[in-house]
Design a protein around this ligand. Structure first.
Ligand SMILES: [Cu+2]
Length: 515
């Protein structure tokens, strides 16, 4: 905090007068004329008691903008991938074939699975197939899969290597919620892009001399890979599974007529009860499910309203600082995202379930230790960049721990932990907001924030194959704002922990983080 304070005084003095940041609606003139693409559901093969999904990573070409053909990456298609629908308890196997002509990985974001299936170090070379398999432990939730190649995640996800995963369970099966995929239960993958005059993606991350490495932000919104999309829905409750698939932009979701909506799920599962909101900020990599009532038959636009760090400042000093020094490039911009048009068909209009899930209150007294993670301006965590040869944290299976995350930089960050869904204990010493009270795998930290989360790794141990924790601004991640941990049986000695030498060689794919 002291670093932030001293910087606040200096910078607010330097930048005091004359900087007016007006809220900008970036795409005022957009005409919603393209039907929203709904990613197809894969029908898995049944083999030896497993559900087997075949995913082919490929280069492609897609006409996002009229008459322009953009070079892309995709999964079983030119851009993005199919939706994988799983059920808790399923034994699944993914046959992932790399037809990109360049190395990649596929990470199952939010999944609780063995480290060797996690898709970070498991590089898939061109023309080869990777076959991870696991038992689905997660509860009903909206997860996703995406490239996680060290140093190239930002570029590969930006080109399109991502898709949605929907997990159902016995609880969600029994709830009265919209559940007709693509009809009233809609995947909504929101991403911002920049296009050149030929319609090609521009990907040029920036480093600001004062604020440090910037998350990429674009000026054009795609939803499920559709530009200027509209969606026809029945008159009734509509469930939007919002996935922020952007590299570096936060979305502050809401509707242009200011109607209220109900959040029903966070990253890792259903909330205890629907929570009424008019605005909902979702950081890059995170998900939220919302219900919106379309019974009145009126079309409405899903929006992203301005995000302003100063509005979320942890202290008056930080607020003053953030008002004068706006470090985050995604601040103050407003977008129209998706036009939702009710048809004359009647949809689900009965009351939805009011009790959705049971979530334990996070009790910090259960924690056996606290680990501190400090995120700084120069894309470091605890003063270090990712080093594949170093295990930063050794965690015992089943231990309940508090991880205290401190954002000591003038930029926002997120903190994503692999192999776990966690609960927020408190944010800046206060109980979390309702939207922050569910299971999460990726928590947003405004500049100056300190957030305590309760984590527990319940299923897998492996002293030689680490999991990652990192900022989910992909440019920060690629610059090494990442560390790794192993989960081991209680009593394992530090001397028994080491990184598989084959994993360290993965860094031949990466120029920035090679040891
Ligand atoms: Cu970051």
């Amino acid at each position: 905090m002291s670093e932030l304070r001293s910087r606040a005084v200096v910078l607010s003095f330097m930048m005091s007068a004359g900087l007016a940041f007006a809220q900008t609606q970036v795409n005022t003139a957009i005409v919603f004329q393209n039907p929203l693409a709904i990613p197809p559901l894969i029908d898995p093969a049944a083999e030896n008691g497993e559900k087997v999904f075949t995913l082919t990573l490929q280069k492609g070409e897609q006409e996002f903008l009229p008459g322009k053909h953009t070079a892309t990456y995709g999964v079983n298609g030119p851009y993005l991938g199919p939706t994988l629908r799983l059920h808790t308890g399923d034994q699944v196997r993914m046959k992932v074939t790399n037809g990109l002509g360049t190395a990649t990985t596929i990470h199952w974001h939010g999944m609780e699975l063995p480290a060797v299936m996690d898709g970070v170090y498991q590089v898939i070379e061109p023309n080869s197939t990777w076959e991870p398999y696991w038992t689905v432990r997660n509860q009903a939730s909206t997860l996703w899969y995406h490239s996680h190649l060290m140093g190239q995640t930002g570029e590969q996800v930006y080109k399109g290597l991502a898709g949605m995963i929907i997990v159902d369970d016995d609880n969600s099966d029994a709830l009265q919620l919209p559940h007709r995929y693509g009809v009233d239960d809609i995947p909504v993958i929101v991403q911002d892009k920049k296009f050149d005059s030929n319609g090609q993606f521009i990907y040029q991350p920036q480093v600001d001399s004062r604020a440090g490495p910037q998350g990429f932000v674009g000026d054009t919104i795609l939803v499920n890979g559709t530009y200027a999309p509209f969606l026809e829905v029945p008159r009734g409750w509509v469930r939007l599974r919002l996935l922020n698939g952007s590299n570096g932009r936060r979305f502050n979701f809401g509707f242009d007529d200011n109607r209220a909506f109900y959040q029903i799920a966070s990253d890792g599962g259903l909330l205890v009860a629907p929570t009424e909101e008019k605005r909902l900020i979702v950081g890059p990599g995170s998900r939220a499910e919302i219900l919106v009532d379309m019974a009145d038959g009126k079309p409405v636009r899903l929006m992203s309203f301005a995000v302003r760090d100063a509005d979320h400042a942890a202290s008056s000093v930080a607020k003053f600082f953030l008002n004068s020094f706006r470090a985050d490039a995604d601040e103050d911009q407003e977008f129209k995202i998706l036009e939702i048009r009710p048809t004359t068909e009647t949809g689900l209009s009965a009351p939805v379930s009011q009790h959705l899930n049971s979530i334990p209150r996070p009790d910090p007294r259960l924690a056996v230790r606290t680990r501190v993670f400090t995120m700084d301006r120069d894309s470091r965590i605890n003063g270090q960049k990712m080093n594949p040869a170093v295990v930063n944290q050794i965690v015992f299976k089943d231990d309940v721990e508090i991880w205290q995350i401190v954002n000591q930089s003038p930029n926002y960050h997120t903190f994503h932990v692999h192999d776990v869904q966690f609960l927020v204990v408190d944010r800046n010493g206060k109980a979390p907001e309702p939207s922050d009270q569910g299971w999460e795998d990726n928590v947003l930290l405004y500049p100056g924030d300190h957030v305590r989360i309760l984590v527990q790794f319940k299923y897998y141990t492996d002293p030689h194959h680490p999991y990652m924790f990192h900022c989910h601004i992909l440019e920060h991640e690629d610059m090494g704002m990442m560390g790794q941990f192993v989960v081991v049986e209680k009593g394992t000695k530090n001397s028994q922990v080491s990184v598989d030498p084959a994993y360290i060689n993965v860094f031949s794919h990466n120029t920035d983080m090679r040891p």
